[in-house]
Design a protein around this ligand. Structure first.
Ligand code: GLY
Ligand code: MN
Length: 458
């Protein structure tokens, strides 16, 4: 584990975070980091990723550790590595050293956690083994479960309210991730000319991330089949006339994410039909970002994207009718089925381990409407929040070939006209946007979005 050189400022940040938590809850909380998942034998594990709630207060991705937070104090629980570890993994900082680095007030071996666990709240980690430990140590079910404990819900809401708005340390980290991501996308565009397969471009992009000692914040999407929204295949050959969609983001060593998508022509030149649709998506992207400021409802940003896409598709004669009516009947969702974006922070879809508790304001629930059901964020924007803005246009066979959809939208879609646009399978344009006190700052602004600049980079 890499120890940050400026760990004094990290420990100050961590102290501030736990003091803020103290103002929100009046009971102890225990947060676990999780264990590495075993691949085939105990020492061959998948890469470890700490629970983000642990990371937020402990700062470092310490494996098999827990922290107890109470009244602004932090106690670290972990076992020192056995001496045999030295041979295979070299020297690992001891419990006392890590406690000092993160500014802990006390440090104990794991065996002492149970005796410090009475009446503590927690949040469930993803790792199943650790989840069982959580239940055993607290001697009860843990949230999320069928019967969430009141204190776990209270802790969850308190942590959400802190993590919704990023402090300076988080912003510095996310900006670093964003800068590397921008570089990765430029490298991907530059590599296209000599690339034969999607995998070649993925390699060019991820090599930038790896060479900055970062990791990918999520499985990269680098595909000429952008109509598969989270395409995880990289074997397709690149052909003249294809659009390549790359949704790739870096994550810093302390776990802070970025999330960027660009779509570019393999040949270096958008066809007229590709440019027409690209400019509709870009108009939605730009209009949405121009509206971002505190107090604005993210749902309204999503509906604005839907409206601009409906307008553009009417202008291109793909959709028929009044754009407002088309949005009302979810016709835009035939081509833009997902939400316009999500929270970004320690996770790419920040705090989605909590279901919709973070994404949705208390009292709001996800709509079952086709055009709203995949919206991940429905809150008013506040300063310090980072959101993605990622409108898109896709020709998803599962949607467009669905008989019910075809019947419902039979007179709304100009199916013949749509045929002209068959060289547009998927386009998404995504940036990371910080809500400031006055408006917005695009953290990934250095990466161009307009077709001329993209053609130049490719
Ligand atoms: N970057 C993938 C997503 O936002 O879902
Ligand atoms: Mn995204």
């Amino acid at each position: 584990m890499q120890i940050p050189t400026n760990h004094t400022s990290l420990s100050t940040t961590l102290r501030n975070r736990r003091e803020k938590l103290t103002n929100l809850i009046n009971f102890p909380a225990i947060l676990w980091s999780g264990s590495p998942s075993i691949r085939n034998f105990p020492l061959n594990t998948f890469p470890f990723r700490s629970s983000s709630h642990f990371l937020y207060f402990a700062g470092l991705p310490i494996e098999d550790a827990a922290i107890r937070l109470e009244a602004g104090k932090l106690a670290l629980f972990m076992d020192n590595p056995p001496p045999s570890n030295l041979l295979w993994h070299g020297e690992i900082p001891t419990r006392d050293r890590l406690a000092e680095i993160i500014g802990a007030d006390a440090a104990f071996p794991m065996s002492e956690l149970k005796s410090h666990a009475q009446n503590s709240a927690t949040i469930s980690v993803q790792n199943p083994t650790t989840k069982i430990t959580q239940s055993q140590i607290l001697n009860r079910d843990i949230f999320p479960s069928n019967k969430p404990q009141e204190i776990d819900l209270e802790l969850t809401q308190a942590i959400i309210s802190l993590r919704l708005s990023h402090d300076d340390t988080a912003l510095t980290e996310i900006k670093q991730a964003a800068a590397v991501t921008v570089e990765a996308h430029k490298a991907g565009m530059a590599a296209t000319k000599n690339a034969k397969f999607e995998a070649n471009i993925r390699a060019a992009m991820e090599s930038i991330i790896i060479s900055h000692n970062m990791t990918c914040a999520y499985p990269s999407i680098v595909t000429v089949h952008g109509e598969v929204l989270h395409n995880g295949e990289y074997y397709h050959p690149l052909q003249t006339g294809d659009l390549l969609l790359a949704d790739v983001g870096a994550e810093t060593t302390l776990g802070w994410a970025s999330d960027v998508t660009r779509t570019w022509p393999v040949s270096g030149k958008f066809s007229p039909t590709q440019k027409d649709i690209y400019d509709v998506v870009l108009a939605a992207h730009d209009r949405c970002i121009s509206q971002i400021k505190p107090g604005v409802e993210y749902l309204d940003i999503h509906l604005l994207a839907a409206q601009v896409i409906a307008e553009g598709l009417v202008d291109l004669e793909i959709l028929k009718g009044k754009p407002e009516d088309l949005v009302e009947m979810d016709a835009h969702a035939l081509f833009f089925p997902h939400g316009v974006g999500h929270l970004l922070g320690l996770d790419v879809h920040d705090m989605e381990d909590l279901g919709d508790l973070a994404g949705y304001e208390i009292g709001r629930e996800r709509s079952s409407r086709f055009g709203l059901g995949f919206l991940r964020l429905n809150r008013p924007l506040i300063p310090g929040m980072i959101v993605t803005i990622e409108p898109g246009f896709y020709q998803v066979p599962a949607i467009l070939n669905d008989l019910e959809m075809q019947q419902k939208y039979q007179n709304i879609v100009n199916w013949e006209k749509l045929e002209y646009f068959s060289d547009v399978r998927g386009i998404r344009i995504e940036d990371d946007v910080l809500v400031t006190t006055k408006g917005a700052e695009i953290l990934t602004q250095e990466l161009p979005t307009n077709t001329d600049a993209i053609e130049n980079l490719v």
